[in-house]
Design a protein around this ligand. Structure first.
Ligand SMILES: Cc1cc2nc3c(=O)[nH]c(=O)nc-3n(C[C@H](O)[C@H](O)[C@H](O)COP(=O)(O)O)c2cc1C
Length: 203
């Protein structure tokens, strides 16, 4: 697959077959992630590769409990439905052969500007780790696997999951990548905005 074929083939996949992911393939994906650009080359990323089924299930149970408590606390039907959907969208890592917890830490360099509208140190860390995560997903696709990055687990249960994974400050959990081989062909790609809609040429 050439680069553009890989980019087009990448899809967020949330259901997986039992086929294992080879350890050397995981290492290749992680290497691709570490080659990403980062603010002042700080490389503020860390990846926890989880194959332990019991741990994945415990993480899913924690998220489920928190989402269920939020659902019980609201009478708003639309919110209940959104939460039910997000619960599925936040727990698919448990049934994936591999879950990769993506950690970031705030950028550590000196501030150049006093403006509060500048990106914060935390933003720069997240921007850098987002680039690494994109490269990891493309590498997975190039190697014949599929994955899905989910911020939902961190949104619902950041502190609880960080404690379970032994994450210490200044590191924080950004999300979890579900990784494996799809159990069925992907549905049609969610529509994209046209290039003309999202691009302005000057000069
Ligand atoms: C920052 C970010 C957060 C996301 N969070 C979730 C999530 O919590 N759960 C999920 O199932 N997918 C999540 N996704 C995947 C998106 O839903 C997916 O990329 C989008 O629908 C486009 O589909 P595609 O990746 O197949 O092209 C996330 C993607 C990004 C970039």
């Amino acid at each position: 697959m050439d680069f553009f074929e890989t980019v087009r083939a990448r899809r967020s996949i949330r259901r997986f077959s039992d086929r294992a992911v080879a350890h050397e393939d995981i290492l290749a994906m992680l290497e691709a992630a570490t080659l990403a650009p980062s603010a002042t080359n700080e490389q503020p990323w860390h990846f926890i590769v989880i194959r332990d089924k019991e741990l994945k299930n415990s993480m899913r149970d924690v998220i489920n409990a928190i989402v269920e408590a939020s659902m019980a606390a609201t009478d708003d039907r639309a919110r209940k439905q959104r939460l039910a959907r997000m619960r599925l969208y936040s727990t698919h890592f448990a049934d994936a052969p591999v879950a990769i917890a993506v950690l970031a830490r705030p950028w550590e360099g000196p501030r150049y500007s006093n403006s509060s509208s500048e990106p914060s140190h935390r933003d720069l860390g997240i921007e850098s780790v987002a680039m690494a995560t994109a490269q990891l997903q493309l590498a997975a696709t190039a190697l014949g696997y599929s994955c899905c990055f989910s911020s939902g687990p961190a949104e619902f249960a950041r502190e609880e999951l960080e404690a379970m994974l032994g994450v210490e400050k200044p590191w924080f959990l950004l999300g979890i990548i579900s990784l494996g081989t799809p159990s069925k062909p992907p549905r049609e790609r969610p529509p994209r905005k046209l290039v003309e809609e999202v691009c302005t040429f000057i000069g």
